[in-house]
Structure formats: structure tokens, C-alpha cells
Design a protein around this ligand. Structure first.
Ligand code: PGA
Length: 249
């Protein structure tokens, strides 16, 4: 993996006016200079997909959703299919973010089914895995992320090589506590080995780190052997911070 991938996760933030301001800042930051070294994307709330795609047309920044249904279509009130997301010009869909696993009780298998549906409908799933603080302290980090990844590997088979995986320790998300580069690298190396063992081609799956990535820690994290980029929450809401992180890649 040489080219880095830096993805913003806006979560449930924004308004049409705030988005316009943020995107204006990103376009003015002109990330095309770093385009040979990094791909940049923003994952936005569903209602804004069309407008954000239109605003970013012709720029180096692509767009994704923050979730997607495991179903293709039908009587699933409130769900949004991958085909709908794709139709609005998005390229990525985050699946299995820890906030969805914990607040919406998403199981490992549901996350795997969402990844499968996203792929079937032309999106690249960004599959999130990560342990809680209690799990880390109980020395369960590898067991937890290994179990989360295995559900995806078993469900996707040969298509495992087409996903992006994001390691996001739950204790580092939005807390200002970042995994040290060495801690993150250790888990990424474990995930890389698991991917390779599951499917030879999957050794090249981009592995993003997420959890309090900021302009001042991004470069060191991204310099680790098995860290291929980042999934950025809070800092993706400020154009200057997100642009600085993208440049660090
Ligand atoms: P954070 O969020 O950068 O605000 O910690 C990361 C994420 O939840 O994807």
C-alpha cells in the first residue's frame, strides 16, 4: 500500500450552510497537490449526499455515506440502500462504526451483511473494528477485532480484498486520547495478518486508523508500516484541520 486514504466522518453534524462553508474551505485548500500520494473522501449524512457530490464535482475529493442497509430494497422503513447511495454519486459506505454497534446493537454478522450489500451495489465498504477500554484492559483487543473481522471475511469470501478496514479503538473515539503509533501499528499488523490468512489478495486491503486523529499526530500515525490512512471524526469538521491531516498522508 503506497497511496494513503484519508476519510472524514462528519457523523450527525452539519447543515446545508455549514456544509457549504466546510466544503468551500476544503476546495480552497486544494488537495489536488497531494492527490498523487493520497485519496481523500468525506462521509456525510444521507440527506446531504447529492448536494455534497455536486459541490465536489471535479475536485480530488470523493464522497461516502456513514451506513447502508444490509437489504437491497423492500419494506424496511427508515433504511437506505447501497443502490440509493450509489445513485447519488457516492463511492464509499462506512459500516459497523462503533457508534452503530453500540447505540443500534449492530452485530458482527449484520455489519458483515452490510459490507456485502454495499459491495453488491457498487460501493466500497469501510468496515470499522475496534475494542472498548475494558476489552483492551482485559487483553482482549486481538480477540475482539479478530472476531469482528472474521464475520466479514466469512461472509465476503474472495471479495474480502475489495473492502477498506478501519481500526478504531472505541476508547480513542472523540475522547482526545489517541492510540500511540506503536499501539495502532501492533493492531494493524495483526489485522493485516488476519486478512492475509483469510484471503491472500486481502493483504493489500487499506487499513485506516481512527480515533482522535489530529493535524499534530497524523504524520506519525500515517508513517507506521501498516497504517494506510485515517478515518477522521471531529477534525474533519474543520477545513484547515482536515486539509492538514490529508497533507500529512
Ligand atoms: P474522532 O472520531 O476522530 O472524533 O475521534 C473518529 C471516528 O469515530 O470515526
Amino acid at each position: 500500500m503506497s497511496k494513503k486514504l484519508v476519510v472524514g466522518n462528519w457523523k450527525m453534524h452539519g447543515s446545508r450552510a455549514a456544509n457549504a462553508e466546510l466544503l468551500k474551505g476544503l476546495l480552497e485548500a486544494d488537495l489536488s497537490a497531494s492527490a498523487p500520494r493520497s485519496n481523500v473522501a468525506v462521509c456525510v449524512p444521507f440527506p446531504y449526499l447529492g448536494e455534497v457530490v455536486a459541490t465536489l464535482q471535479g475536485s480530488a475529493i470523493t464522497v461516502g455515506s456513514q451506513d447502508v442497509s444490509a437489504q437491497a430494497q423492500g419494506a424496511y422503513t427508515g433504511e437506505v440502500s447501497g443502490a440509493m447511495v450509489r445513485e447519488f454519486g457516492a463511492r464509499y459506505a462506512i459500516v459497523g462504526h462503533s457508534e452503530r454497534r453500540s447505540y443500534h446493537s449492530e452485530s458482527d454478522q449484520l455489519v458483515a451483511d452490510k459490507a456485502k450489500a454495499a459491495l453488491a451495489q457498487g460501493l466500497v465498504p469501510i468496515v470499522c473494528v475496534g475494542e472498548t477500554l475494558a476489552e483492551r484492559e482485559a487483553d482482549q483487543t486481538e480477540a475482539v477485532v479478530g472476531r469482528q473481522l472474521k464475520a466479514v471475511a466469512d461472509t465476503l469470501g474472495a471479495d474480502l480484498s475489495k473492502v477498506v478496514v478501519a481500526y478504531e479503538p472505541v476508547w480513542a473515539i472523540g475522547t482526545g486520547k489517541t492510540a500511540s503509533p506503536a499501539q495502532a501499528q501492533a493492531v494493524h499488523a495483526f489485522l493485516r495478518a488476519q486478512l492475509k490468512a483469510a484471503q491472500a489478495q486481502a493483504v493489500n486491503v487499506p487499513l485506516l486508523y481512527g480515533g482522535s486523529v489530529k493535524p499534530d499526530n497524523a504524520a506519525e500515525l500515517f508513517s507506521q508500516t501498516d497504517i494506510d490512512g485515517g478515518l477522521i471524526g471531529g477534525a474533519s469538521l474543520k477545513a484547515s484541520d482536515f486539509a492538514a491531516i490529508a497533507r500529512a498522508a
